[in-house]
Write a protein that binds this ligand. Structure first.
Ligand SMILES: *Cc1c(COP(=O)(O)O)cnc(C)c1O
Length: 343
């Protein structure tokens, strides 16, 4: 029995998953009269592969992850929701989440009627492991960590994340949506051999496919089996899988390097503006800055056609705007607009 088996909700452990027509026949070309599809071929008249074998093999190959440790979802958001549905008993179990962090953890928890315990990061967005683990009780099934963290931008040391994994008896999710921009590395390989670690990645950020909605979960075979069993059978469309397969041909190194260099350039210039109080260090493709009057600057930029994310109402982010790193020319426009801003 694996370490996570006792954590699974009894109704999920007992679940007989939906068996698709294509599960029952995986031979070669045939006459398909099994799925009530239209027989008129247009490229999309047939249901897509519910196991996503080709795309998984491709992504697994690129990342060096065995296919059995890989789950593909309709964005990372699907994987986040599935974690609650698989492990958390509504109205009884709870999840511990660092704050500030990605808003979807709390929303997915609320939808699933799971209590959330927010553990505040310190003023520099460092994570206190003792405080985090101290907030857990026997009803805490999952801990959500995000590294590099959104909206602060900082990545945590892998050692600290693994230590939490070692000490917590439940499931630890490490969201690595921005890991491609970080020099701190990834826990993806670790997750294939640790039963209670789930690493989330996505094609939405560095891979430039936010519109296709494809997120990854990397974990032990047991966790991936559970997620695959609970997901909607055809959660990825044929169109999304085809496009992703095609886009994955293109290396992203140059784009990632440019974004990281632009991030460093912005981080070195932004402190020169008199209204900028603090530029937080970032390992991601965005920078959190604290300014004198976040709402006023936000409105000013909006008036210039530059849309940034106003985070001033998020606890721990008072006065902060989150700036996504754009193309060099776009960043130049941002800097020019800031140049002509007078408080
Ligand atoms: C953008 C983002 C994701 C990606 O979500 P998708 O549903 O895959 O687009 C996941 N986690 C964090 C923290 C993010 O900022």
């Amino acid at each position: 029995m694996s370490r996570i088996t006792p954590l699974v909700r009894p109704n999920i452990a007992a679940l007989t998953p939906y068996s698709t027509a294509r599960d029952e026949y995986d031979g070669p070309i045939g006459i398909f009269l099994d799925a009530n599809e239209s027989p008129y071929e247009n490229g999309y008249n047939r249901y897509p592969d519910p196991h996503q074998a080709e795309l998984k093999a491709r992504i697994g190959g690129i990342k060096g992850i065995p296919v059995k440790s890989l789950f593909l979802g309709n964005g990372s958001d699907e994987a986040i929701d599935l974690v609650f549905r698989i492990f958390c008993e509504p109205g009884k179990d709870n999840a511990v989440i660092m704050a500030p962090s990605y808003g979807m953890y709390g929303v997915a928890a609320a939808i699933n009627d799971v209590e959330v315990r927010n553990i505040r990061l310190d003023a520099d967005f460092n994570l206190d492991s003792e405080k985090l683990l101290g907030a857990c009780d026997e009803r805490t099934k999952v801990i959500f960590l995000c590294s590099p963290n959104n909206p602060s931008g900082n990545a945590f040391e892998l050692k600290q994340l693994l230590d939490i994994c070692d000490r917590f008896p439940g499931v630890v999710i490490v969201d690595e949506a921005y890991a491609d921009f970080s020099e701190k590395g990834s826990l993806a390989k670790e997750a294939t051999v640790r039963e209670n670690l789930i690493v989330l990645q996505t094609l939405s950020k560095a891979r430039a496919m936010a519109g296709l909605r494809i997120g990854l979960a990397i974990s032990s075979e047991e966790v991936i089996r559970l997620m695959s069993m609970v997901k909607y059978p055809y959660n990825l469309s044929r169109a999304a899988m085809e496009k992703a397969f095609q886009f994955l041909e293109k290396p992203i190194d140059d784009e990632v390097n440019t974004i990281v260099n632009e991030r460093k350039r912005l981080a070195s210039i932004l402190p020169r503006f008199p209204f900028v109080q603090r530029v937080f260090p970032s390992d991601a493709n965005f920078i959190l800055v604290r300014v004198d009057d976040a709402n006023a600057l936000y409105d000013y930029l909006l008036g210039k056609g530059i849309i940034v994310r106003n985070r001033t109402r998020v606890p721990g982010c008072a006065g902060c705007l989150r700036l996504t790193v754009g193309l060099p020319a776009e960043n130049e426009s941002l800097l020019n607009a800031l140049d002509s801003y007078t408080v």
